[in-house]
Design a protein around this ligand. Structure first.
Ligand SMILES: O=c1ccn([C@@H]2O[C@@H]3COP(=O)(O)O[C@H]3[C@H]2O)c(=O)[nH]1
Ligand SMILES: [Zn+2]
Ligand SMILES: [Zn+2]
Length: 245
């Protein structure tokens, strides 16, 4: 099995100012993808010393600005600076709204232009494992976030779970544990009420065996005050490279 690595270019919540938006870089055998590209994504990538031209593509979890607000710049840079269309892996139910409601206003210059004018769009289907590059496969799992809003978490290489923004879902976390998933990166709302994210309080009700697998991300600016109060869970550090093998 080849090594896969993940580096969060940002670990912050939508409103965090000390941390960039919760966006990741995942790296396989000679390939590199960004997982979500929010408003701060282009700057966060730049600070990590990487250009858009070095990426093979992008995966999208759901349509909120801290996850897709930087996609317009990515598209324009790839067209006008690098002259190629990157891969864009999007959960199939999000494709239309990503173009019509998020990107079209900025990217469409002529009526005939669509998402395909900028990207090699690959729809991701629920429950189907897709190889996105050498050493990386993804399976998207629909998870609950805001009522009525489609949002998708990812299972990478069948052993690493990366939550999109999601509410606390004990049965899913138990199922992942039973399936032998070894590492879970989970978004976390440090201060209740959670409303659209799992709260730290809720995650602390999980058995220690599951907590040990969980690394917390998508946190607020006062994260450091919670170090030592997260049970068996730990915080994902912005920019640190985690090896997933
Ligand atoms: O019912 C709601 C809907 C939204 N919100 C906030 O808006 C943010 C949008 O981005 P996000 O999904 O990363 O996080 C969300 C929350 O911080 C909320 O607190 N309650
Ligand atoms: Zn978010
Ligand atoms: Zn969200």
């Amino acid at each position: 099995m080849l090594e896969m690595r993940i580096q969060m270019v940002g670990t912050g919540s939508a409103f965090a100012k000390r941390y960039f938006n919760n966006n990741a870089l995942i790296e396989g055998d000679g390939c590199r993808f960004m997982l979500d590209c929010g408003v701060t994504g282009p700057t966060a990538l730049h600070k990590a010393g990487i250009t858009f031209g070095e990426l093979d593509g992008l995966l999208i979890s759901h349509i909120h600005a801290d996850h897709v607000g930087g996609v317009e710049e990515y598209a324009f840079q790839m067209k006008f600076i690098y002259g190629r269309k990157p891969l864009l892996y999007v959960p199939e139910p999000l494709i239309e709204t990503l173009w019509e409601n998020t990107l079209r206003g900025g990217l469409q210059q002529e009526e005939s232009q669509t998402l395909d004018s900028y990207f090699q769009v690959v729809p991701l289907m629920e429950g189907k494992e897709t190889d996105i590059g050498p050493g990386i496969s993804v399976e998207m799992i629909r998870t609950r976030h805001m009522p009525g809003k489609a949002s998708f978490s990812f299972l990478l290489n069948g052993r690493f779970f990366y939550s999109a923004d999601m509410v606390f879902d004990r049965p899913l976390l138990e199922q992942l544990d039973e399936r032998g998933i070894e590492i879970i990166f989970h978004d976390c709302q440090l201060h209740p009420p959670g409303q659209v994210h799992a709260t730290l309080e809720e995650l602390l009700t999980l058995p220690e065996r599951i907590q040990e697998k969980i690394r917390l991300m998508h946190y607020g600016d006062d994260m450091e005050q919670f170090i030592g109060s997260t049970g068996r869970m730990s915080f994902v550090e912005q920019n640190r490279i985690y090896s997933l093998d």
